[in-house]
Design a binder for this molecule. Structure first.
Ligand code: 4AD
Ligand code: MG
Length: 456
């Protein structure tokens, strides 16, 4: 934007990032959170009350009226020559933790209630918003319907038993039934309920009725993994599409991810450049790289061969690798960063390490799963073509001893007008790790929930 201010009077409200100057003139860097860039306020000291100026310290909130003029100094094109200043709120310099110098991300996590006032978290939050908006735009523009799936549920979609229980029973004094077990008939819903790990099962009900849907909501996993890629509460986007096979599903995943990255490059330039400069100087290059290259598509079995070959040649992994193991992120990242040097979609995993709903391949050993693996992240998307055959699905449910009473409604989609369909889940914060270049998932969500931490 080319600015050619002619001294019009403007108002700016925001928080003081810094104040410097001398006895004649003060320069206040003011930020209202809309941009990583501050506006410079020039204060002619003689025109203001000394006590007022003294109280304007880093973190204080002020409103300034003044003339917008071309800046004399370097570093900004325009500045405001203050004519009057209203002090909304002071920030005692001895107490306010965000002084001018850079703080560590670990420290900022402890003051997550104030960290949005830093350039870094302002940028992350704006990018997070832009990505959420782009997700809705992408699907809306393509005729998908946003389906609101429940947060409280009685089924375990992923079958991993990592669910948070929801109850109004008094844990100090649980009612017992005749078998001396907890009497859930007295609980709020009359049965055990939990926070959802995925909206997929209900998403499938939507797809087999209104064609193409997506969910976008919070999901919860009580997995005790203290890693830079796991949260106990995260947001997931789950498209589900009738008549899609796994190849259509992979096309959708690749197109969707590329769209989101392009959207960020088109709409978050200042913030991305800031993140590139401050945290990760290969960020922009990596974003462009993903846009410009086709994702590799490869069966799990082939992936394992490559990893075994790497081990034979002397590469050391922390976890052993052989056909049948669930891949660790070190394996995923090896395929992406060292072997192919491109995003990889791994398909056809062993059925034992994947959820019950995936379409069974004819080999009797693998299922039509697809995981999208990204540089620095590992798995960013997990999905599959779904088993649409009633008998096969029921057999798998029985094999895994999933209580049938919980699954009757899901099986009904295969009993009445069953249709081939596919879908996937994108972890929103994993996407944001990739797009912002941040290294820890705790730094791309406003208030992270992880084992032993639920502050704010
Ligand atoms: O691979 P997941 O477990 O797949 C599902 O939940 C399917 N029901 C999705 C579907 O097919 N509709 O999870 C999907 C994605 C992962 O690839 C990862 O990006 C993210 O969700 N994810 C997490 N993100 C942050 N913290 C965690 N603890 C996560 N667990 C999964
Ligand atoms: Mg997965």
């Amino acid at each position: 934007m080319k600015l050619n201010p002619k001294g019009e009077i403007v108002n700016a409200k925001g928080w003081v990032r810094s104040k410097r100057g001398n006895k004649n003139v003060n320069f206040i860097a003011l930020n209202d959170g809309s941009s990583v860039k501050n506006i410079q306020i020039v204060v002619d000291v003689a025109k203001f009350d000394v006590d007022l100026l003294k109280k304007i310290t880093t973190g204080a909130c002020i409103s300034v009226n003044g003339a917008l003029v071309a800046s004399q100094g370097a570093g900004q094109t325009v500045e405001i020559q203050a004519s009057d200043i209203l002090l909304y709120g002071t920030a005692d310099p001895d107490e306010y933790p965000l002084q001018k110098k850079g703080h560590s991300l670990e420290f900022l996590r402890e003051i997550a209630h104030l960290r949005p006032r830093t350039n870094t978290f302002g940028a992350v939050l704006r990018i997070r918003h832009a990505m959420a908006f782009a997700i809705h735009k992408y699907f809306n523009d393509r005729g998908f319907y946003y389906l609101h799936t429940p947060i409280i549920t009685s089924s375990d979609c992923e079958g991993a038993g990592q669910m948070f229980q929801v109850t109004t029973l008094d844990l100090e004094n649980l009612p017992k039934n005749s078998e001396n077990k907890t009497d859930y008939s007295q609980d709020f819903f009359g049965k055990p309920t939990r926070l959802t790990v995925s909206g997929q099962l209900e998403g499938e009900l939507g797809a087999t009725a209104i064609g193409q849907i997506y969910t976008f909501g919070p999901t919860f996993r009580a997995e005790d993994s203290n890693t830079p890629r796991h949260l106990a509460e995260f947001w997931m986007i789950e498209p589900e599409v009738a008549f899609y096979d796994i190849n259509d599903n992979m096309d959708l995943a690749e197109d969707f991810l590329k769209y989101l990255i392009q959207y960020a490059l088109d709409n978050c330039v200042d913030d991305l450049e800031f993140m590139n400069e401050k945290w990760d100087n290969t960020l922009l290059e990596r974003l462009h790289f993903v846009l410009e290259n086709d994702f590799v598509r490869l069966p799990y079995t082939e992936g394992i061969k490559i990893l075994e070959e790497a081990v034979r040649k002397g590469h050391k992994f922390d976890y052993p690798v052989s056909w049948g193991v669930d891949l660790q992120s070190e394996h995923e990242r090896f395929l992406v960063e060292q072997h192919f040097k491109r995003p990889v979609i791994l398909t056809d995993y062993p059925k034992e390490i994947k959820a019950f709903y995936m379409k069974q391949n004819d080999d009797g050993k693998t299922v039509r799963a697809m995981d999208v693996l990204f540089p620095r992240i590992g798995e960013i998307i997990g999905g599959s073509e779904r088993e649409s055959d009633y008998d096969k699905l029921k057999a798998r449910i029985e094999e895994l001893q999933i209580p049938m009473k919980d699954m009757w409604w899901y099986l009904d989609t295969r009993r009445f007008g069953s249709a081939p369909h596919s879908g996937f889940g994108l972890g929103f914060e994993r996407l944001l790790l990739f797009v912002t270049g941040m290294a820890n998932i705790r730094d791309v969500i406003p208030f992270p929930r992880t084992p032993k931490t639920a502050e704010f």
